[in-house]
Design a protein. Structure first.
Lengths: 464, 464
């Protein structure tokens, strides 16, 4: 990886090789067949993960940066040429890759917006080689960040206004996943992250204090508390549960001057938090915040709050950054339309199990009288549905990003507002109600039309 | 991210900021307290994830590269200085960070070796600031790769000698997770990956063919098959299930010349694979391999094989690269010893729920007469246990990697041999038996000694 200039790193975000091989073999197939066709692909999720009533869309910024920067560097093209599978590929294909740029058009939901099953989150229209090649990276960044933003929104919901911060770097799926998860957690409503690199590049508050090992490295707990406070007199947060939580709380109660907070990381968090609060309040330290961590998730936080725990800040790690109960989002990227020689051909893959609608689409969202989200209609892209707001907007044309990425705070605000416009039964942590999503009549008609033309062209099915 | 030279990327592997903030606040605390102490930390897993009888240790190469390359770059130090929390920190601390290098010693299991609960996988000994600071990154790379190598070993086990390949890039937790997962999957026994960048940098076979959209982009399936074959005459693998799987198989049966394989991605994979095999064999195409994919995991593969499916290669994605049933490994990194002024002080954090042993340790593994792994003893690092092989070996001294990283093929072979030395009941997919792991008498004595000295020093417990 790093430290060796001759060796490419574990990750090269703009590399054309950060994809599945089949994207490149298909590209070669199209190239040699001189397939000059414009294709539209839509990225959507067929079914919401269990216990999710909505998704928070995230990952668009990284997706667009990728499309803007995507290149096949000379050494990468040489690598492909060296593969035995590519021995018979027309040499001109490699010249094509060297000059490759993504020059297509992208429509997408704004980041942070709530979305539902089957709604296109993003649509790519480009010459088919380009539109196809970008599938893997787009799915990888949008699937993951949407998964985590959605999970974080649940955790934040469960905390009922108390602060939630991301502590997950050590259990995320590798270092980059920790950074992307920190971003998605903040979109979902977290107010900070322990990940310093993420905090820096995303302009987020960095949070964190000390580990048990710090306390253990000193001869006494008092000495450790004192040493830490010397360095951070105004922002001291002290870890209480290395030896005896309540004894440590009493030590904090006796310390003169301001203490920002204390952290509990084990034991009966509810009972301990109440007792620690009592000790601190008794010493006039009502402004000392109580932070807890320890395998928290939305259900445990809900229970702590129900039981009246005296907790101000929840530090959530593993469960949030891996979306542990549902650790994958099944986003797919499907061909919906071809334009060849000016002729538009809406496309679907026939499937018994999976209903998919052809053609480029738009999502129209209706508000009720109170401004709440009342239902969506998935329509043809060129329809106008009065009373509904069109959610997909153009974000890239001819490979150029159309406007600067919004700051993360704006994305976070959109997610918050969007979540708050959902009815409580949609936001429920367990078995949420279905949000109403319908298809427009024109789209249904198009589906029938496509099905009829496919049946007319196909050999009678003999599938098992 | 990329494309903007002024802005640091989503990931900077060697950056001192790729960590939790508390590692840096603790460093400042130690620095100001002039804490000159050598510390040993051990990385281990307290409990194996459900249905896992063993772990395959992975991630060491990235961990050591990180320790070798770790730096605080000037702009990173400036960022820390700019944080309000660091306003009162001694300015000399930032000079210290600018010169920071990891100069410690590391012992570790060889990558690919089987390991069990509570066994140290890696031990770091260094001045405490250094040893502490690296915790987050080490956990993040070793937790994830060990999780996935272990999951992949299960999938490979279920395939009973048939090939398994990684198809997971689009569902991994971001682009880097896809690369790290590809590496870990290959350590666990996969024979290739669809991820081209991973294949390149890890020197793995890249695998992949075509998507349904490729077939749909042509006027007919035959035309698509033909176009693909033109580009890849010797390695053609054709996707059969876009329209009608058996009809497509009959088309392949009629094609002259060699076909490398066919892929099925939907439907009743068992019945379809048998029927496709029959059609191909009937046309004398016995050497055409059948590849399947479609939400596979170890249980589905086991069932397919039990039912006599005619499958040569399993393409496994989401379930393997997210370790979907158990998506996090709870590895921890705990202080076990301090050396201050030449005096060795073994350390543990007292905990009602969690038994931890103090001091630097070694793991001794016994073989039975057949060469199978018969049981492990966790002992003090300086013990000699006759008949057992010491598993932890020195891999870094004074911050220098001691020998070149073994090629991935060697790590993969070690994992295979190590897995094969485990009794079948340990390797079982469901409710595996416990592998025998014991503590040496000397280590038990040390624990008692430490507990007594802690009790003597502590105020009587008043914890809830």
């Amino acid at each position: 990886m790093s430290g060796n200039a001759d060796k490419p790193g574990l990750i090269c975000a703009s590399s054309g090789l950060m994809t599945d091989l089949y994207q490149i073999t298909m590209a070669a197939g199209y190239f040699q067949a001189k397939k000059q066709v414009e294709a539209s692909f839509e990225l959507f999720v067929r079914r919401l993960p269990e216990n999710r009533g909505y998704l928070i869309f995230a990952g668009l910024e990284q997706a667009l940066d990728y499309l803007r920067d995507l290149r096949f560097h000379a050494d990468e093209v040489d690598y492909l040429r060296s593969l035995p599978a590519f021995q018979h590929v027309d040499r001109r294909f490699f010249d094509y890759l060297r000059e490759f740029r993504f020059g297509g058009e992208v429509w997408a939901l704004p980041e942070g917006e709530a979305a539902f099953a089957n709604e296109p989150l993003l649509r790519v229209t480009a010459p088919i080689i380009q539109a196809q090649l970008v599938e893997t990276y787009l799915l990888s960044t949008i699937n993951f960040q949407t998964l985590i933003a959605t999970k974080a929104a649940r955790v934040v919901e469960s905390a009922q206004g108390r602060a939630v911060v991301d502590f997950g770097a050590r259990r995320a799926h590798g270092p980059e996943a920790g950074v992307l998860a920190a971003r998605a957690c903040c979109i979902g409503g977290c107010v900070g992250t322990s990940n310093v690199h993420a905090a820096r590049i995303l302009n987020l508050p960095a949070v964190g204090t000390m580990a048990h090992s710090f306390i253990m490295a000193f001869d006494s707990e008092e000495e450790a508390f004192h040493a830490f406070r010397q360095a951070f007199p105004e922002t001291t947060v002290l870890l209480l549960d290395t030896y005896d939580t309540l004894e440590a709380a009493r030590k904090v109660a006796r310390m003169p001057g301001p203490i920002r907070g204390v952290r509990l990381d084990s034991g009966d968090l509810c009972a301990l938090s109440k007792e620690v609060r009592r000790i601190l309040d008794g010493a006039g330290k009502k402004d000392v915040r109580i932070v807890v961590s320890s395998d928290l998730n939305e259900y445990r936080i809900e229970k702590l709050i129900q039981d009246g725990a005296a907790i101000d800040i929840f530090g959530v790690g593993t469960e949030m950054v891996t979306s542990r109960d549902q650790p994958a989002l099944g986003g797919v990227y499907k061909l919906v339309e071809l334009i060849e020689g000016g002729e538009v051909e809406p496309k679907i893959k026939l499937s018994l199990e999976k209903e998919t609608y052809p053609g480029r689409k738009q999502v129209f969202r209706q508000n009720d009288a109170q401004g709440r989200y009342a239902g969506d209609v998935i329509a043809k892209a060129d329809e106008e549905l009065p009373g509904g707001k069109a959610l997909l907007e153009p974000v890239m044309k001819k490979g150029q990003i159309l406007k600067p990425h919004p700051p993360l705070s704006e994305v976070q605000l959109r997610a918050k507002e969007s979540r708050e416009k959902l009815a409580p039964e949609i936001r429920r942590l367990r078995q949420p109600a279905d949000y109403p999503v319908h298809y427009s009549q024109a789209l249904k008609d198009l589906l029938q039309q496509v099905l009829q033309s496919m049946n007319a062209r196909m050999v009678p099915g003999t599938d098992l």
